[in-house]
Design a protein around this ligand. Sequence first.
Ligand SMILES: Cc1cc2nc3c(=O)[nH]c(=O)nc-3n(C[C@H](O)[C@H](O)[C@H](O)COP(=O)(O)OP(=O)(O)OC[C@H]3O[C@@H](n4cnc5c(N)ncnc54)[C@H](O)[C@@H]3O)c2cc1C
Length: 498
Amino acid sequence: MSVAMPKPSEAVLDRRDEIVSALQAIVPGEGVVDATDEMRAFETDGLTAYRQLPLVVVLPDTVDQVSRVLAYCHRNDIPVVPRGAGTSLSGGALPLQDGVLLVLSKFNRVLEIDYDNRSAVVQPGVTNLGITKAVEHRGFYYAPDPSSQIACSIGGNVAENSGGVHCLKYGLTANNVLGIEFVTIEGEVMRLGGKHLDAEGGYDLLGLMTGSEGLLGVVTEVTVRILQKPETARAVLIGFPTSEQAGECVAEIIAKGIIPGGMEMMDRPAIHAAEDFVQAGYPRDVEALLIVELDGPQAEVDHLLAEVEAIGNTNGAVTCRVSQSEDERAAFWAGRKAAFPAVGRISPDYYCMDGTIPRKELPKVLAGMKALSEKYDLRVANVFHAGDGNLHPLILYDANKEGELHRAEEFGNDILRLCVAVGGVLTGEHGVGVEKRDLMPEMFGEDDLKHQQRVKCAFDAKHLLNPGKVFPTLHRCAELGRMHVHKGQVAFPDLPRF
Ligand SMILES: Cc1cc2nc3c(=O)[nH]c(=O)nc-3n(C[C@H](O)[C@H](O)[C@H](O)COP(=O)(O)OP(=O)(O)OC[C@H]3O[C@@H](n4cnc5c(N)ncnc54)[C@H](O)[C@@H]3O)c2cc1C
C-alpha cells in the first residue's frame, strides 16, 4: 500500500476480544463477523489495489443498533468505517486495522413510495437501480445512474454524491435527494430535509452531508425525488476523426442551449474494448465517439436530434447513427456502461481516474494525457461524461510487473494535477477517499483544509468516522482553534501526519 494510513491504536487492538463481545451484545446472531476468512470479503472496495482487514465487521439491521454501535465506539475511541456495497473507486470504504467496518447492506427495504409527492423513502442499502425497479411499473424512475447502479447502494451514492450519464440534465445525487436520516458518532439520530426540495430551514446541512464520504455521520434512510419517464428518448452515435472535433461539438451543443439527457465521449481504445465486449454497434474507424441522448416530448426530441446532427456535421463528424428502437438505444448505452469491465478484458489491471475540467480545456487535457502516456509508458483509455467535463481516464497496467502499479498511480496523479492546472477539480463523482487524499493540497491551501476540518470537528470531534480518508493531515480539533506557536515549534508533534 503506497498510501499511508493512520497508525492503528495498540490499545484498541489489544482489546479486540472485549470489543467483539460488546458488539455481539448489540447486534446478535450473525450480525458480527470476526473470523479472518469471513472478513476477507470486506477487505477492499472498488479500489482493489488497497486491502486491509478490519478489526471486526458489523452488519446491523435496525437504526437502534447503528446508534448503539456508534455510541459504543465513541465512548471507547474506536474508529468506524461505514460501508454500503463497497464499489467506491477512491477507497472510501477501505477498512482500518483498528476500526469497526459498519456495513449497511441489511438496510435493503423500500419503505414508502409517494407518487403524489414524487418521492420514495428507502433504506441506505437499497441499490441505486432498485429504486427505479420499485417505481418503473408506474412510469417513474430515479435519475442519477452511476454505471455501477446494479450494485452500488443509495447510502453510498449519498456519501459520494454520485453521478451518472443522465446527471447532465437531471443533476447529481445532491440534486435528487430530498431528505436523510443519519446517526452521529455519538449515536444521536438526526433527520434533514423532507419530501420536497429545500425542506430545511437554516444552513443547507443536507447539501453538506451529501458527498461527505462517511466522515460526518452514518446515513440510515434516504428520501429521493422520483421522476416521470420522458415520453420518448433517442440516442445518437456521432463519430469523429479527432477528439478535438468531438470536444468542439460538445461545446457547441451546450452553447446552443441544448441540454441532452446524456452526452458521453469515448476514445478509440475505449470504443474498441466496449464494441468487442458487448457489440453495441459502435464505429471502429473513429478516434472519438459521442453518445448523445435527447429525451422529452416526441416533437421536441425530433427537432433537437436534427440540430445535434447538424452540429456534429459542422464539426467534422464522419458517422452519425440515430437509434431506431428502444433496444438499439439500450445497446448504445450498454457499450458505455460496460466500458470499465470491457477495458478490464484488454489489460490485466486498470486504474480508473476521476477529474473534472472546464469543457473547453478538453483538447489541451487530452494532449497532455497523451504525452503522459508516453512518459510513463502506459496505455490509457478514455471514457467521460463529456457534458459535465468529468473525465474517467482508465490507465492500463499489470500489477504483476514490478513497479507498474506505482507508475500507474503517478500517471494518475499527474492527470489530476493537469485537471487542477486548467481550472478543474480533483474529483468528479468518485470522491477523494484515500486515492486522492494526498493530492488535496494541489487544490486547497492549508487554511482551506483547516476550515474543512473544522466542519468535520463539529460532527466528529474525536475523528472516529472514517479517519485517514479525504484529509491528508489530521489536525486535532483543539489545534484548529486559535493557538500560540512558540518559537516556531511544531504544535502537537505527536499528531499523525500521513
Ligand atoms: C464498475 C464501476 C462503475 C462505477 N461508475 C460510477 C459512475 O458512473 N458514477 C459514480 O458516481 N460512481 C461510479 N462508481 C463508484 C461507486 O459505485 C460509487 O461511488 C457509489 O456511490 C458507491 O456506493 P457503495 O454503496 O458501493 O458505497 P461504498 O463503496 O460502500 O462506500 C463509499 C463511501 O461511502 C461511505 N458510505 C457508504 N454507505 C454509507 C452510509 N450509509 N452512511 C455514510 N457513509 C456511507 C463509505 O464510508 C465510503 O466512504 C463506479 C464503481 C464501479 C466499481
